[in-house]
Design a protein around this ligand. Sequence first.
Ligand code: FO1
Length: 364
Amino acid sequence: MNYTRVIPPRQPLVCYKLPASDNGGMRITALTGGVGGARFLRGLLHHLSERAEADRAEVTVIGNTGDDITLYGLRVCPDLDTVLYTLGGGVEDDQGWGRADETFHAQEELAALGVRPQWFRLGDRDLATHVARSQWLGQGMPLSAVTTRLATRWGLPEQGVTLLPVTDTPIETHVVVRDQASGTEPGVERAVHFQQWWVQMRAEVPAERFTVAGLDRAVPAPGVLDAIREADVVLLPPSNPVVSIGIILGVPGVRDALRGTRAPVVGVSPIIGGAPVRGHADACLAPLGVEVSAAGVAGLYGDFLDGWLVDTRDAASPLPAGMRSVQVRDRDLLMRDVRTAAGIAEAALDLAAAVGPRTAGASV
Ligand code: FO1
């Protein structure tokens, strides 16, 4: 790919002469988890839609699948669905996940039948996604192909978005806890599914560690590594650094691709004022011994990060030693609505432009 730059680095990204893709636009690749990532991506699309036609971009979203769970015989992929519903305009916006205008008749009927568990709520509209996905998976389609079908339903291709699960290999994040569940000795470790810890236990039971079933044999889904290697910009939206982006990074080959890409890699801190904006990132960082701070999260990306966007409230905390070459900018990072999310996405792209493409892979 010929890479022609008409303006030297440290100019706003719109000044670049970007490589021509099929659409003639910039190739943006984002690694994301659930609600925070999806809202950032919606803001990114809003920002891109306001730019000139010639500056249109192709956005490839690489989604976490460690949250996936099989319930009632159906395969549920919460993070992929949150991206689909949010970008497709079908999300329950206050909650951030699940479908708007939802009803729960099927789950009520399952409860009446004594079917368990009941701590994970699946609405009727949402259920249709899981039925379709499970049927297609059962027919032998890989998750990436299934996700493409679902993305078409939600109009993602028309928005220039390709959604890829990080892997077609089934993986599941499990949380090792040491609680006193009935039937277990006090202090004895047991592993529960991530969703049970996150939803039923509300992440209040301290995690000893996270394990990911299937990760060692997981293979990146078709297009994942190329999307990182051939991107013009790689973004890390404000997603959970451990159980969302951390799982994506754990799929063999992904981290190496991030180290090796020519694209600047820019992250947006999920921590504001020393605390997660939503979710339980603090409970996820604790077992890793990582400080709940923008700098602590940046340290998890230290081997490939080029730019780091933090909230102004966290601007004073320095990055770990060894990350001094990372360019840091600060601004308000609270995503109040689509417009504020678009402003954050624009700032991330501006930071990527200031960093410019690498001359070689990331320095470690
Ligand atoms: N979160 C909850 O707190 N309670 C639920 O009952 C619940 C159901 C659910 C169903 C489908 C879906 O796509 C997401 C759902 N979530 C629910 C959100 C999900 O547990 C997490 O927020 C993510 O997995 C973390 O990104």
